[in-house]
Design a protein around this ligand. Structure first.
Ligand code: ADP
Ligand code: MG
Length: 821
């Protein structure tokens, strides 16, 4: 929503360089106006007073050599012109080509940065005790001309090379002055939001660590650049809105070790390809709130560096110490352009504008000794190790050469150091380099190479860029707060609104009920008015009626009096004028007449209602009759139908009986049904003679039956599929059981047959035994024993209990059983 893309277009106003005297150390002041162009929707401009931003890193200039911010082209011309070899040994720079103002404005139009050449100072270490003795008879190999910013490197007694630097610091230069000249402008730049680098380069023992890392515990005056830089930073920020954090690393053999956490010994470099930012997210970052804590950090780092180097059996001179100070500052007062607009909507826009934060990084590097490792293993390392040890430093040299020569390819990626310092050389940082040299002629070669490194570094042109970004985080926080406020306000308004609605509703209800009440009252009034009027009119009508009545009575009287004669006349005359009330007889008569009429009327009414009643009941009855008649019709119809059915059934019956006769006739020709009907007829025949009481005949008939049909056949019919056949067979068996001749056979077979047949025989026995008349025969035939057996052993419970019941209920059986014991 509010992503504004700002591009930074520096516009140089005519630069006003205020010159100071050489060596005073007071930086030049330059006022530079930048126009901040918004390429997005919201467009506004911003004026930055970046005083001192474009000043020379070393803050001083002389009439003869103006090493101010120069155009890239001019800067590149510098070395060619600055070192002019001559017999007199003076290398003179060409002031015209180095002139600051014009160069600055020339590059202002289309470049997103302030040109800022790498500034190089040279510092000479005083002779140490050893050199005092060893070099006692020799002159120093370097001679400094600080006021001319020149260094003479003696070649021999009569010849020397002269080099110009941005600053020349003699053996007497104080730490304070070194800081102010070398580092202070960079630190100020960092406070303004630019990246900055301060680096010490030189042979081991020439004072790099002294210059950069001296803590100054014992001697405050000896405090080095790191300590003093932090003092200035702490003094320059407000810790409420700004934050400082530091990391401290050592780079040795292409490995970055955390000096604040020795276990963290392989930190990787992360490059943001969009912004070109280089960071070490793996390194410990310590927030700095005061100077003391920073000193503790430095000490801790130093201890760890010492311990790490002892463990690795290396010298600290072989590793690079890197201090990174990350500064984050919020920029205020940039909304003035917008807030001047007197509009509420713009006020809102303003409040929605994120504040600007500047992120700057100060890198202070104490490089490894620049001397070459001459022989492999000279310091206990193999050649490969020696290469690796020097890789970063030689890569730095190559990069600086490439940059100095304006080469299209800068081998930044060749080493970790060059990757880390990509912004410091040829990047956007303000960079200051201090090269340290010793005075001893014995190290003339190393000194010369150090000087050459410094000379080349002076040609490196950086483009300083402000690292500003919008602080969306705090904007978001601010918006959250505003949103909360708005929500609260909205809720408040809502509440007021609801209250108002409630009030209005109550008011309206009240008015409504008032109106209703008024209406009811008015209605009531109107009603009573009309009622009154109505009553009055009734009364009037009544009066009229009475009058009419009276009139008619008078007329009648008059008529009557005319008929009666003249003697009645006075009476009639009297009655003509007298009202009904005054004639009680008439009144009575009238009343009587009225009562009579009323009675008659009542009578008529009663009769009428009775008539209506009777008519209604008549209608009811007639409908009832219709209904009943219909029912009668239905019944008759039903009866007809049933009679027809009966006729049909009778003819069917007739047919059936004919068929039955037919069937009976076919009995002998086989089939179970025929067998059964045959049995029936046989039984019938056998029973016919039984009535004659001929015992032999009976027995013969049964025997004959058995012979004719066979018991097996009969019994098998008990299992027939057809239910009718089964029932028939049972009947036959039961009948057979009742036959005298069958008993012995049954007794004999009661225990012999298959289970299915046996239960029928058992049942038959039980049935026989139930008739007391059979008891004697059964006892004689030995059936008692069978019955006992059945009552005990029969697998069928019902037959068993039937047998038991039969035995116990029969006296004959009981007696027989007792007799048999
Ligand atoms: P490097 O870090 O370059 O190897 P050092 O900073 O360790 O060199 O210096 C070596 C020695 O010289 C140290 O004892 C240091 O105190 C001393 N020294 C260096 N520069 C100066 C100076 N400008 N004034 C006094 N002593 C110095
Ligand atoms: Mg050192």
């Amino acid at each position: 929503f509010f992503f504004f893309f700002f591009f930074f277009f520096p516009t140089f106003l005519p630069s006003q360089f205020s010159r100071t005297l050489p060596l005073t150390g007071i930086p030049l002041a330059a006022t530079v106006a930048f126009s901040l162009s918004d390429l997005s929707r919201c467009s506004h401009s911003l004026t930055l007073d970046l005083a001192a931003m474009a000043t020379s890193a070393f803050g001083t200039t002389t009439a003869t050599s103006n090493y101010r911010n120069g155009g890239a082209a001019n800067a590149r011309n510098l070395p060619k012109n600055s070192s002019v070899k001559s017999k007199t040994g003076v290398r003179k720079s060409a002031p015209g080509s180095l002139g600051g103002g014009g160069a600055a404005s020339s590059s202002s139009k289309d470049d997103a940065g302030v040109p800022g050449r790498v500034r190089v100072a040279v510092r000479l270490r005083p002779r140490n005790a050893e050199e005092m003795v060893a070099d006692a008879d020799f002159a120093d190999c370097v001679e400094l001309q600080p006021e001319l910013k020149r260094l003479k490197l003696r070649k021999n007694n009569w010849d020397s090379d002269t080099y110009e630097f941005d600053e020349v610091l003699t053996e007497f230069a104080s730490q304070k002055r070194v800081y102010e000249v070398v580092a202070k402008p960079v630190v100020e730049s960092v406070l303004d939001g630019y990246n900055g680098t301060v680096m010490a380069y030189g042979q081991t023992g020439t004072g790099k660590t002294y210059t950069v890392g001296q803590l100054g515990d014992e001697d405050m005056a000896a405090r080095g650049i790191m300590v003093r830089a932090m003092e200035d930073i702490l003094a320059g920020v407000s810790l409420e809105s700004d934050s400082i954090s530091v990391s401290y690393m050592q780079l040795y053999m292409e490995t970055i070790q955390d000096l604040l956490d020795p276990t963290n010994d392989n930190i990787s470099i992360v490059e943001d390809h969009k912004t070109g930012d280089v960071s070490l997210p793996g390194a410990t970052q310590v927030e700095i709130r005061d100077h003391h804590s920073f000193l503790e950090i430095l000490k801790l780092g130093e201890d760890h560096r010492f311990a790490a180097n002892t463990k690795l059996n290396t010298e600290s001179s072989r590793s690079h110490a890197i201090l990174m100070v990350n500064l984050r500052r919020s920029v205020k007062g940039k909304d003035s352009a917008v807030s001047s607009e007197n509009s509420s909507s713009l006020q809102t826009v303003k409040s929605l504008k994120p504040s600007v934060v500047r992120k700057a990084k100060l890198v202070v590097v104490d490089l490894a000794g620049s001397e070459r490792i001459h022989k492999s293993g000279s310091e206990g390392h193999t050649l490969e190790e020696a290469k690796s040890i020097n890789l970063s430093l030689s890569a730095l040299g190559k990069c600086i050469n490439a940059l100095a020569e304006n080469s299209p390819h800068i081998p930044v990626r060749d080493s970790k150091l060059t990757r880390l310092l990509r912004d410091s050389f040829g990047g956007t940082a303000r960079t200051s380099l201090v090269i340290t040299v010793g005075p001893s002629p014995r190290h003339r070669g190393e000194t010369a190479s150090t000087i050459m490194f410094g000379q080349r570094a002076m040609k490196v042109e950086n483009m300083l860029k402000l690292k500003e970004e919008f602080d969306y985080k705090s904007l978001s926080r601010r918006l959250d707060i505003q949103l909360d406020k708005l929500i609260a306000e909205h809720e408040r308004q809502q509440k007021i609104f609801e209250d108002e609605i409630e009030r209005l509703t109550a008011e309206a209800e009240r008015q409504l009920s008032d109106a209703e009440r008024n209406y009811v009252q008015a209605l009531e009034k109107e009603r009573s008015k009309y009622q009154k009027e109505y009553l009055e009119s009734i009364k009037k009508l009544e009066e009229k009626w009475t009058m009419n009545q009276r009139k008619s009575v008078n007329d009648e009287n008059k008529l009557r009096h005319k008929d009666v004669g003249s003697n009645v006349l006075p009476n009639a005359k009297e009655s003509k004028v007298a009202p009904i009330e005054e004639n009680p007889e008439m009144k009575k008569l009238l009343e009587k007449e009225t009562a009579h009429r009323k009675a008659v009327e009542e009578e008529v009414w009663t009769l009428k209602t009775q008539l209506a009643e009777s008519r209604r009941s008549e209608a009811l009855q007639s409908s009832e009759i219709v209904k009943l008649r219909k029912m009668l019709d239905d019944e008759a119809h039903q009866k007809e139908k049933l009679e027809m059915e009966i006729g049909k059934l009778q003819s069917h019956l007739l047919q059936l009986s004919v068929e039955a006769d037919e069937t009976r006739r076919q009995l002998d020709s086989g089939g179970s049904e025929e067998v059964l009907s045959g049995l029936d007829s046989l039984l019938h025949q056998s029973r016919q003679p039984q009535s004659d009481n001929s015992e032999t005949g009976d027995k013969e008939s049964v025997a004959k039956l058995f012979e004719q049909v066979g018991l097996h056949k009969i019994l098998s019919l008990l299992e027939a599929e057809d239910a009718d056949v089964r029932i028939h067979a049972v009947k036959v068996v039961a009948n057979l059981a009742a036959e005298d001749g069958a008993l012995p056979w049954i007794v004999q077979n009661a225990n012999n047959e298959a289970a299915s047949v046996r239960r029928h025989i058992e049942l038959a026995l039980c049935h026989l035994a139930q008739h007391e008349a059979n008891a004697r025969d059964m006892i004689n035939g030995g059936a008692v024993w069978e019955m006992v057996r059945i009552s005990r052993d029969c697998p069928r419970e019902d037959i068993r209990s039937l047998a038991h019941r039969t035995l116990t209920s029969s006296h004959s059986f009981q007696a027989e059983m007792r007799r048999l014991g």
